[in-house]
Write a protein that binds this ligand. Sequence first.
Ligand SMILES: [Mg+2]
Length: 143
Amino acid sequence: MQQLLQPISAVQGSKPICVNNVVYGIYQVTMGIIMTIRDYQKKLDAILQCYETPYWSPLSNAAHLAEEVGEVSRVLNHMYGDKPKKASEDPDDLAGELGDVLFTLVCIANSEGVDLQDQLQSGIDKLQIRDKDRFKKKTKSIA
Ligand SMILES: [Mg+2]
């Protein structure tokens, strides 16, 4: 569980809201705002409903998601893979590309009526219940 929280809590100025090791949302310290994934879905939907076509078609969203995942892969390949980056290329932005993936996932979830909050909780439940003995845990040190 702790390893899952590290990438989230590593975001500058953000802290996860946890109750009994369940992440309910991200607390943005600098803005003083608490926003759950469900809040984010609703906020984005309210913004997009101002457009004639709030969401792209499912296949266009799927293609766009593949593009954004590819951009994440490209950054990681530059960081850890064998493909060197051209000197003429802009600096890589892993956080920005991960944000693009998340944004696109939220668009897909909203357009298909999926509550990501429930699905994220389901993922944690799988880890803590179904797979609780599946992976080797750290042993506690004796102080
Ligand atoms: Mg992108």
